[in-house]
Design a protein around this ligand. Sequence first.
Ligand SMILES: Cc1cc2nc3c(=O)[nH]c(=O)nc-3n(C[C@H](O)[C@H](O)[C@H](O)COP(=O)(O)O)c2cc1C
Length: 314
Amino acid sequence: MELCGVPLRGPVLNGSGTFDAIAARRAFGDVLLERFPFDAFVSKTITVAPRQGNPPPRLWETPAGLINSIGLPNKGLEGFLASDLPELAQLPVPLIVSVMGFSRDELATLVEAVAERPEVAMIELNVSCPNVETGLVMGADPAETARAVERVRPLSERPLIVKLTPNASEPEAVAAAAQEAGADAVSLINTLKGLAFDPDDGGHWLGGGSGGVSGPSVRAVALQQVHGVAGRVAIPVIGMGGIASGRDALDFLRAGAAAVAVGTESFRDPAAGRRIAAELAALEAPDGSNRLPAPAPAVGVTQKGDSPPTFFRR
Ligand SMILES: Cc1cc2nc3c(=O)[nH]c(=O)nc-3n(C[C@H](O)[C@H](O)[C@H](O)COP(=O)(O)O)c2cc1C
C-alpha cells in the first residue's frame, strides 16, 4: 500500500509520543529492527527549543486508558537533528517527524529544517497547542489551521499530515480547512482533555494540572470523528484513538481511515503494533470489501432466525 505516495508494507503506524524507538532499541537490541512493530514510525513531537516537560506525576490510569500530562519534553530542533534523527533513520520503515510550533514562524522553522533531511518521509503538524500570537489553539479553529498550513506548505515537498485535535467544535471543518490549505493527509484523534484528583488530598493529581485522555475509553469518540472527517475530505485519514486489537483497527478502516495508529496500547504491550497488524490481516477480506461502512444494525432488535440477538453479536 502507499500513503501520500510513500510505499508502506502495511497500514499500522504508531501514535506520536507513545513509542520511544530509541529507548526500545536500547532495551531490545537489533531484534527491534527485525521485528519492528509499525509500518511507518512517527517521532515524538519536537519543538524549536528544548523542553523539560511537565513536573511529575505525568500519568493517571483510568478504567480504560490513561490521562497524560507529559508536556512535550524533547531535545529541541537542533538536538533532534543531531542525535535522534540519525538513530531514527536506521529504523526499517519510513519516518514521519511530528512538529509543533507556538507560532506560525516556529512551525515554519521546524518544517523547513526537517523537510531538507532525506531521512524524513513525511511531516506531521501537531496543531493541538495555543498560538502565542492569537491565544487560539491552532487545531481547534479552521481558519487558524488553514493559516498554519498555508504558511508551511511552500516550505516542504514532503507530504504534510495535519494531526487534528478532538477538542474542536467541528473537527470536520478543521480537516476541510487543512485540505484546502494544502495538507496531504489528516490524522486523528489526539487526546481529549481530562482531569484527575488525588484521592488522598483532593488536589490535582497531574503535575501539569489537567491532561489528555487516551486509550479504549476514547475509541467511540475517535471512531465517530474519523467517520465524520473521512466523509468530508478527499485526502487520506489516519485513524487512532484506543485501538487495541485488529478488530478495533478494522472499525477505523470501515469508518473511512486509510491507515491506523496505535498509541496507549503500546505502553501495555510494546509489540502491540505487530499483533494488531496480524489480527487485522486475518480479519480483512482479500478484496477489501469488509472495509466498506456496514449498515447500522438496529440495536436491540432481534430478527427472526437471528441467534444470538444483534446486540450480543460482538
Ligand atoms: C503518553 C502520551 C504521549 C503523547 N505524546 C504525543 C505527542 O508528542 N504528539 C502527538 O501528536 N500526540 C501525542 N500523544 C497522542 C497520541 O499520539 C494519540 O493521538 C492519542 O493517544 C490517541 O491514541 P491512543 O488512544 O491509541 O493512545 C500522546 C499520547 C500519550 C498517551
